[in-house]
Design a protein around this ligand. Structure first.
Ligand SMILES: *Cc1c(COP(=O)(O)O)cnc(C)c1O
Length: 386
């Protein structure tokens, strides 16, 4: 197979796979061994060295999907993110972050970085000028997330990549929400991509994993720290993730379609006051999303009309499950003010545009009519009880 120009779904299904030479089985065999015979001084295979046969096979696939040279997979998204950050930051360094980043990443920064003497600045806006104004002589990393959680705002990755290059600063994007189906930050000039593979890459709400994709040189630097921190993914889960990614393309294409249709329907519904979805023309960053994304993703948020309880609404849903996580084949929903953003004060939330009426929907692969019907019947119940 000429693998240079193979298409996305073919990469998902086949790329990197281990050929079963012994029995000619159709899928990669799983090698659970934690100890391997010494081949030579260079090749010591061991799970915590990130070089077992299944780890190497999966990393080839993930790197190819993100159009990067190399990748590593980790035991969680946070293991990938923390290891990557600590690989490039040391005492006295400075990092610039977008304000609207994943709560766990914000906790890592806010709770751990001071202890290690690493300085950080948040940028409240999406303006590249505001990022530029925060650059100091010791700035080593610019870190962003797009689409962001929970309002799905879009930041200009081309411009962030260029800003990093101009100033010799490494740029990192958390590409979890978009998935490689919809966005490849490396092609847009970003240095490093991180993923919570727990979300779209896994896609079935049964795997906790993370990944980082970058140049060979940057991945080697991350590996040197990773083997010390020991955050590798177990080979059984590596194998599960390889299997899950086979359907990544078709899952996310379907979720894109469902989310676009549902967001348009929500926008027309008079009991919904606002809908946040980058695929809607009304979204403030729609034009930018159109330029840098191939699809708009399966995540959307909306606000019920004032006075309608978001809590009661969720309790009356029958098909859509209330759940902390996201990106599974099943539709799930959460109320950010009660969950992901519960630790913030109400004023902090409102300054970030997160109201109590806001709900974040992770659109699954079910029939869109059934999802819409579920939302409709729950709204009717809330109105009756109101
Ligand atoms: C879930 C998530 C993470 C953290 O991943 P874990 O696998 O839970 O450690 C990081 N970034 C984003 C955007 C996420 O949604």
């Amino acid at each position: 197979m000429n693998t240079k120009n193979i298409g996305f779904n073919t990469i998902c299904t086949h790329f990197g796979e281990i050929k079963d030479q012994q029995f000619k089985g159709a899928i990669s065999p799983i090698y659970l061994s934690t100890s391997y015979a010494f081949e030579d001084v260079e090749t010591k295979r061991y799970p915590r060295y990130f070089n077992t046969p299944n780890q190497e096979a999966l990393c080839k696939k993930i790197a190819k999907l993100e159009k990067g040279e190399s990748s590593l997979v980790f035991g969680s998204g946070m293991a990938a993110i923390s290891t990557t950050l600590f690989a490039f930051l040391q005492k006295g360094d400075h990092i610039i972050l977008q304000r609207a980043i994943y709560g766990g990443t914000a906790n890592l920064i806010n709770e751990e970085f001071k202890k290690h003497g690493i300085d950080f600045s948040y940028v409240d806006s999406l303006s590249i000028e505001d990022f530029e104004n925060k650059i100091q002589s010791n700035t080593k990393i610019i870190y962003v997330e797009t689409p962001s959680n929970p309002l799905l705002s879009i930041i200009d990755l081309n411009a962030i990549g260029a800003l990093g290059k101009k100033n010799g600063i490494i740029t990192i994007v958390d590409n979890t929400f978009a998935s490689p189906v919809n966005q490849n930050p490396i092609v847009l000039g970003i240095d490093i991509v991180v993923h919570s593979a727990t979300k779209y890459l896994g896609g079935h709400s049964d795997i906790l994993a993370g990944a980082v994709i970058a140049s060979e040189k940057n991945v080697n630097q991350i590996f040197e720290v990773a083997k010390n921190f020991g955050g590798n993914l177990s080979d059984f889960t590596v194998w599960m993730l390889e299997r899950s990614i086979k359907t990544l393309g078709i899952r996310v294409e379907r979720q894109n379609k469902n989310a676009l249709k549902i967001s348009k329907w929500l926008q027309k519904n008079e009991d919904i006051s606002t809908v946040y979805y980058p695929g809607l023309k009304s979204h403030p960053n729609h034009e930018l999303a159109k330029q840098q994304m191939k699809g708009y993703g399966g995540m959307l948020s909306f606000e019920l009309k004032e006075g309608l309880s978001a809590d009661l609404f969720q309790k009356n849903l029958k098909l859509i499950k209330s759940s902390m996580s996201l990106a599974g084949v099943e539709s799930t929903i959460l109320s950010p003010h009660l969950t992901s953003h519960a630790l913030l004060k109400k004023e902090e939330r409102s300054s970030q545009g997160i109201k109590d009426e806001l709900l974040r929907l992770s659109v699954g692969i079910e029939e869109k009519e059934d999802i819409i019907h579920d939302i409709l019947q729950a709204i009717e119940k809330v109105k009756k009880q109101y």
